[in-house]
Design a protein. Structure first.
Length: 247
């Protein structure tokens, strides 16, 4: 009974402290004015980066190939296999819609701070040089700044071109990770893989890795390594293919 009462008192004290912190933060924030916003976001839903050796779905089954942003809706692809059996792959295409909705959310989130119409002197958009990131930025901007008033150049197309500045990896590697051309990064990566701590963490999954090697067609040693992303490619391909159904 004493312990229950003590636990209850401790919980009440924690709640009181959290309430006090919340009040203090509100007081600190009062009177402040938002003057600058920096947004960093990843690309939308995409197709797999690459397939594993025994993968059932080749690159041609994805509308734009591997590593590309997907659009909204579903694409139906009819397949005729060697047994003359018809099948239909349903490929969900979500990436562009995700980014468009994110742009709409940001428009509401910063209403009153962000100009409702695109102003080039107020906004700078940067992207890495990958197709999927450039298209994600463009889709996001379509939701964030739909044309209005004299910005409408075609009443049948409620969209306007907004510049996306491409930042190549060699000029700003921070936007692209991991940094494989960094000697220090590679050195630390090799030290981590060879460390006893890492090997001890890996050991309980040895049978699982053997099963993945057998099913995927990858060499077991390549799956144990972190610098080639082979294990990640298996997971990534399967995750992207979760939305594929056969009829």
């Amino acid at each position: 009974m004493g312990q229950t009462g003590l636990a209850r008192s401790a919980k009440n004290m924690q709640l009181s402290l959290l309430s006090l912190m919340f009040v203090v933060l509100l007081q600190l924030a009062s009177g402040r004015e938002l003057t600058f916003v920096l947004l960093i976001y990843r690309h939308g839903d995409r197709s797999p980066i690459e397939n594993y050796p025994t993968g059932l779905h080749n690159e041609g089954e994805w509308p734009q190939g591997f590593g590309q942003l997907t659009t909204v809706g579903r694409l139906f692809i009819e397949i005729l296999d060697s047994s003359q059996t018809h099948a239909c792959i349903v490929v969900p295409q979500l990436g562009m819609q995700q980014q468009h909705e994110l742009g709409q959310y940001l428009k509401k989130r910063y209403e009153g701070f962000l100009n409702p119409m695109y102003k080039r002197e107020e906004v700078l958009i940067e992207s890495t040089e990958l197709d999927r990131t450039i298209m994600s930025a463009q889709s996001n901007l379509a939701g964030l700044f739909p044309p209005a008033g004299d910005q409408i150049w075609n009443p049948k197309i409620l969209w306007q071109p907004i510049p996306v500045h491409i930042v190549p990896k060699r000029f700003n590697p921070k936007l692209r990770f991991p940094i494989f051309d960094c000697p220090r990064y590679l050195e630390l990566l090799k030290e981590t893989i060879a460390s006893r701590e890492f090997q001890d963490k890996l050991q309980p999954y040895e049978e699982f890795l053997k099963e993945i090697a057998f099913r995927s067609g990858y060499d077991l040693d390549s799956l144990r390594s972190l610098d080639n992303f082979k294990l990640w490619h298996v997971q990534d391909s399967l995750l992207c293919e979760v939305f594929i159904f056969f009829f």
